[in-house]
Design a binder for this molecule. Sequence first.
Ligand code: SF4
Length: 416
Amino acid sequence: MAQLDTREKLAILADAAKYDASCASSGTAKRNSRDGKGLGSTEGMGICHAYAPDGRCISLLKILLTNSCIFDCHYCINRKSSNVRRARFTAQEVVNLTISFYKRNYIEGLFLSSGIIRSPDYTMEQLVEVARSLREDHHFRGYIHLKTIPDADPALIHQAGLHADRVSINVELPTAGGLKRLAPEKDGARIEGAMAEVKGAIADQRDAGKKYRNAPRFAPAGQSTQMIVGADAATDGDIVLRASKLYDRFSLRRVYYSAFSPIPDASAVLPLQRPPLMREHRLYQSDWLMRFYDYQPHEVVAAADAETGMLPLDIDPKLAWALKFRDRFPVDVNRAPREALLRVPGLGVKAVDAILASRRWRRLRLDDVARLTVSIAKLRPFLIAEDWRPVALAERADLKPLVAPKKKQQLELFAA
Ligand code: SF4
């Protein structure tokens, strides 16, 4: 490996980390202050944003320890057979970078992942050493998210959880068949075994924390995972069902969905084109329906096309479900229980809670609901209010064009 200075390593290893979607920042304009005017930059290497458990947005240094890897996962730019430029930080270099960025107020935490070098245990030892040194040698109180290596010794993964706020283990592909084909060296059972260990350790820590004030913390921000979307033949239905099982079995904080993006020098077994980014967005919306809107996984799957198993791209899954199950509407805003109101397309959790609070004192009219949502026109077929009752609107064959968003203007699933 050629001798690289820290800046060159940072450029390579921050770029290599961008494929991990579990804490991403995107969508902003490119700006910098290299001409001496102004302050700051949106193009800086390796800084991304994540949300803390209390809702604060925090900046993280997001890098890989190394982009060298002994595995050859087809979808990964860092795989053994890829001819990307390689770089590697020592644990001490990552510690120094984190501390110096932190002192300059660039970041509030670290997101650290790695390709596998020498062995899973050796790699995990290096990752743990970064977190240990930050916590014990430098008394670093910032946020640390460590990606763990599922094949590593469980004792090392446990050590990671003692120092990190969040640990994550990627399941990578939605189906066992996809994992076998695209990441043949990875073992689905071992990945799930590691997630089960982390879940157990988090639960033990919670129990211990109730009994002893000074019980050691273990991954207080929980564990998460990531699935690549569109690299194999898994349908949206498959992905939704897998995600729901992962939430149930491992008490995950989040499942992240990362639309597969073709990589330079890609393996021939991969699709040539990336899936539409909207597919990733629809999966995140489905995830929210299960986590915050009380939808069962089979109900979200029912919103998908029965033949292809894919969610529609032109409308959100909540509206797709409502259009398919019209017999569940209209819903009376003055009487319906919370769970029925949450099914109304365009009514978000906050709007539903505001409706429930207001209707204790008076009967709500359509205008009252309009103040809580972005577009009342789209809600009308699905609602009854004091002064409004849709006349057979829900049965109309042309209902979808009436309520579907016009070009680029999607009905807000989480409005208000
Ligand atoms: S183990 Fe991780 S870094 Fe290595 S090839 Fe597979 S996905 Fe890439």
